[in-house]
Design a protein around this ligand. Structure first.
Ligand SMILES: [Zn+2]
Length: 253
């Protein structure tokens, strides 16, 4: 079995690196210190969205992007979709950067789609390794699949979490299947899978559930009990996605 289509994983640094990752986030963007202290972005006025406020890039940052492998025909289809975020967020993506780029993309078909989150991408311990995998994109993949996966994974690279990762999420994971799946596809330990996939992460900021969000969590039925699934049906930024990212990375007024 190949990696399950639709399943996306936010990859976090290993446990031993997590204190360093917080320190790194504060060095990249001193505003992240305020987030860690709980003084997050002023009053919560956003309509929807889930965001890790302690992994923000600085406003106006140009994030460099490097393709580590994959076909040029695929690269050319990924790039314009990623740039759509920059219409709403004060962040630019500079493609064609070298291997020291902040965002390094691989196309390994065995490990599905995943990304590190926000400033974790530029952790020095991850140098030379991918920070994002777009595992099921081919030159002949339909455009709607490109839009789903590229907008979604670049949302993680900006620091967005899954729309459904909030206290309202109550996904009936079949834990045995989830653990077996990631052991086989990613070679992860059970402990890492439990903390990275099955745990409900504390998210700093969220409000109402937006069923149109590009960040809606896709959950394949192969890994749940009772046939439960959340299809990955959204392929565009929702209005609240646009408003939310504009509040997180505002343009100068
Ligand atoms: Zn995701």
């Amino acid at each position: 079995m190949e990696a399950l289509q639709g399943l996306c994983t936010i990859v976090k640094p290993e446990t031993a690196l997590q204190d360093f990752a917080e320190q790194h986030a504060r060095e990249v963007n001193p505003d992240n210190e305020l987030a860690l202290l709980g003084d997050v972005l002023g009053e919560p006025q956003v309509k929807s969205g889930v965001f890790n406020t302690s992994r923000r890039w600085p406003h106006g940052m140009i994030l460099r992007v490097h393709f580590m492998d994959g076909d040029q025909a695929v690269h050319q289809r990924v790039e314009p979709i990623a740039h759509e975020w920059s219409q709403f967020a004060n962040i630019q993506f500079q493609f064609g950067a070298g291997p020291d780029a902040e965002i390094r993309i691989a196309f390994n078909p065995q490990v599905g789609s995943w990304s590190y989150m926000g400033t974790d991408c530029s952790l020095p311990q991850l140098a030379g390794k991918p920070t994002m995998n777009l595992g099921w994109l081919r030159a002949d993949t339909p455009e709607i699949e490109y839009r789903r996966v590229v907008l979604h994974e670049f949302g993680h690279a900006l620091g967005l979490l899954h729309e459904h990762l909030s206290p309202v999420a109550d996904i009936p994971w079949d834990e045995g299947k989830v653990i077996a799946y990631y052991q086989r596809t990613n070679g992860w330990s059970e402990e890492y899978i439990r903390s990275n996939v099955l745990a409900i992460p504390a998210s700093d900021r969220y409000t109402e559930f937006d069923k149109h969000s590009i960040m809606l969590y896709p959950v394949p039925r192969e890994l749940t009990k009772g046939g439960y699934e959340i299809p990955w049906s959204n392929s565009e930024l929702s209005e609240t996605d646009k408003q939310f990212i504009a509040e997180i990375y505002p343009f100068p007024t």
